[in-house]
Design a protein around this ligand. Structure first.
Ligand SMILES: [Zn+2]
Length: 402
């Protein structure tokens, strides 16, 4: 396998042709899940796969599988791919790169007349972004049993509640006949742009993704007492915002205390009554904790509750800390991660281990199949933005070897 080389120019040309579908004036892409543009991109992908000799099937939630047979028909497929939908102001590479990289792999094997043992399938998952239909990663989530199929199909359009994902897939001709999931996958690899700054800063072409970090989200309500800002002496106040401010500071400190991997964010705060001459009686805010190790997330959970209780006590406040969402850390399969690392080493590519900060279809696939991911750098670490960019040489790993 050492002498196989992908055709980097062909890969880049396909990516650029795909990026025309939903192209925005600022150089990005707007191709929302189950829209007419999504259908157009899906048809282009299917056409390319059929031209490459693949059998293409579509399941009931619109996931597309392009299969290149292997020598041994008894073996489960090795699968690779990603998604074709984008954010409303998305870029040309998020998702599209993983699908086109899989297609280029098939084309390269065809060029060389190479027959693999196991079949290879390239997949395009439905609605990874969750921008039009929330939550995200619905196609892979249904495939892996995280979401009930009927529930997933009934998901409403965030801006047009009359439209459902299932109805829209039907309308664009991609509510396929195949059952969703329930079949073995020997291994799943997903190539993706990093969407962060680490590889570019270290000048490394390959990130060996060892897993995705876990997330704990909270909703916190702090209750004090509204009172007049003038006649109420300082010692008598039960100022919910002062308590919340101390809690928010504690959240940030917790993130720093578990450096370098912890992330701790308060991104939403509501103060009531939010009037300049009334002492705030109630504050609602959210917390988003992320870390690759569950044990650390558990410690952060305990520390958060303690910090909130302590801050509340200083102002005679009540505080309710409600866990809103929990997503456990997902370590990828050691054997597959090692295979990615060994391949990078064998080809002489500088690389480092990296943890995915974002969710990907691979995170759900890891529940049903051995899974690994390969990251490549993107310019400035910017993604979910029309200016998202990547260098052709980075997408084809420098000199086109695979
Ligand atoms: Zn993506």
């Amino acid at each position: 396998m050492r002498n196989l080389q992908v055709n980097g120019e062909r890969l880049w040309a396909s990516l650029m042709e795909l990026a025309q579908i939903g192209a925005t004036a600022k150089g990005g892409v707007c191709r929302l899940a189950a829209s007419d543009l999504d259908a157009q991109a899906r048809r282009l992908f299917i056409g390319w796969c059929e031209a490459a000799g693949c059998t293409v099937t579509v399941d009931r939630i619109g996931n597309i599988f392009a299969r290149r047979p292997g020598r041994n028909r008894e073996l489960s497929p090795v699968m690779t791919g990603s998604h074709l939908d984008t954010q409303p102001t998305g870029g040309r590479f998020d998702g599209a790169y993983g699908v086109m990289a899989g297609l280029e792999l098939l084309r390269t094997l065809n060029d060389l007349g190479y027959e693999t043992e196991a079949p290879i399938e390239v997949v395009a998952w439905t609605n990874e972004e969750g921008a039009r239909f929330s939550p995200a990663m619905v196609g892979s989530g249904a495939f892996t049993g995280v979401f009930e199929l009927d529930q997933a199909l009934a998901t409403a359009d965030n801006n047009a509640p009359d439209l459902t994902l299932g109805g829209e897939l039907q309308r664009i001709g991609f509510a396929g006949p195949e059952p969703v999931g329930g079949r073995p996958v020997a291994a799943y690899f997903e190539a993706h742009i990093e969407q962060g700054p680490i590889l570019e800063a270290a000048d490394l072409p390959i990130g060996v993704v060892t897993g995705a970090q876990g997330q704990r989200w909270y909703e916190i309500t702090v209750t004090g007492q509204e009172a007049h800002a003038g006649p109420t002496p300082m010692p008598r106040r039960r100022d919910a915002l002062v308590g919340a401010a101390r809690m928010i500071d504690a959240v940030n400190r917790l993130g720093h205390a578990h450096a370098p991997h912890a992330c701790a964010t308060v991104g939403f705060v509501q103060v009531s009554p939010n009037s300049r001459n009334t002492i705030p009686g109630r504050v609602f805010f959210t917390v988003d904790f992320r870390h690759p190790e569950d044990a650390v997330l558990t410690r952060m959970d305990r520390d958060l509750r303690e910090a909130c209780a302590a801050a509340a006590a200083t102002q005679q406040l009540e505080v309710e800390v409600k866990e809103f969402w929990y997503f456990p850390p997902t370590p990828f399969e050691t054997r597959l991660v090692a295979a990615v690392r060994d391949a990078a080493r064998a080809q002489g590519y500088a690389h480092q281990d990296i943890i995915s900060g974002a969710g990907h279809d691979a995170v759900y696939m890891a529940r049903v199949a051995p899974t690994a991911m390969i990251f490549v750098p993107c310019v400035g670490g910017i993604s979910h933005n029309e200016i998202e960019d990547a260098k052709p040489e980075d997408l084809t790993t420098t000199d086109g070897k695979i």
